[in-house]
Design a protein around this ligand. Structure first.
Ligand SMILES: C[S@@+](CC[C@H](N)C(=O)[O-])C[C@H]1O[C@@H](n2cnc3c(N)ncnc32)[C@H](O)[C@@H]1O
Length: 202
């Protein structure tokens, strides 16, 4: 199921809203990272620069064939061999990635999903023990030039609550001027189990 209000404007318009390298750097994305995943990668606005910063591979997942085609084309144009573009509905099927296999998970402009907690549980499953989760979203401000309708746009405090209720630890909070906020979390020390309880993994 495609996340509500997750359609994209033309690529050039979208990419004018961001300085991706700067945002990734502020969000703690660096060359200590081996493997990463970009959920709902869109045009690859962040996947492309992220792929140049890491040691291993970055998975770029999107439900739209056009987006997967575009990122594949961009990777090929720049001869980037470490981008794995995946056509997948991660809401319906999960990411398909192995448990504890990712050092950084990118959730940018995506957490207005219908069931954000389910998405965060999948993130928890695939993150390595020292892994980081980066959430970026449009400011909770009706004046931003794009972004989901205010009725479904999450405030940073809401994202923090969703994540910390699952045991994620907020490491850093950023004002990504002019239009976004950023939140960086570390993986829960205790494993999430169904039944809504956090338990030790012993
Ligand atoms: C608002 S865009 C954000 C793109 C990118 N994260 C960025 O910030 O540049 C949301 C993207 O998520 C994708 N998407 C929506 N629902 C999805 C799903 N269920 N599974 C995989 N991708 C999905 C859309 O096709 C779209 O490309």
């Amino acid at each position: 199921m495609k996340i509500r209000e997750s359609g994209m404007p033309p690529e050039s318009l979208w990419e004018d809203f961001f300085e991706p390298e700067k945002i990734l750097e502020i969000m703690g994305f660096d060359n200590n990272i081996v493997n990463a995943v970009d959920f709902g990668c869109g045009y690859g606005t962040f996947t492309i620069p992220a792929s140049k910063m890491i040691k291993g591979e970055i998975y770029a997942i999107d439900i739209e064939k056009e987006m997967v085609k575009r990122i594949t084309e961009r990777a090929s144009n720049e001869n980037l061999k470490n981008i794995k573009a995946v056509l997948c509905d991660f809401i319906h099927k999960g990411s398909g990635l192995k448990d504890q296999s990712m050092d950084y998970v990118i959730l940018f402009n995506i957490l207005h999903a219908e069931e954000p907690e389910e998405l965060l549980k999948e993130v928890c499953r695939i993150l390595a023990p020292e892994g980081k989760l980066g959430i970026m979203h449009w400011n909770y401000d009706p004046e931003t030039p794009r972004g989901p309708p205010m009725a479904i746009r999450p405030e940073p405090e809401q994202c923090i609550k969703w994540a910390t209720d699952l045991g994620f630890k907020l490491e850093n909070r950023h004002d990504l001027k002019p239009y976004h906020y950023g939140l960086v979390f570390s993986k829960p020390e205790k494993e999430w189990t169904e039944g809504n309880e956090l338990s030790t993994s012993m």
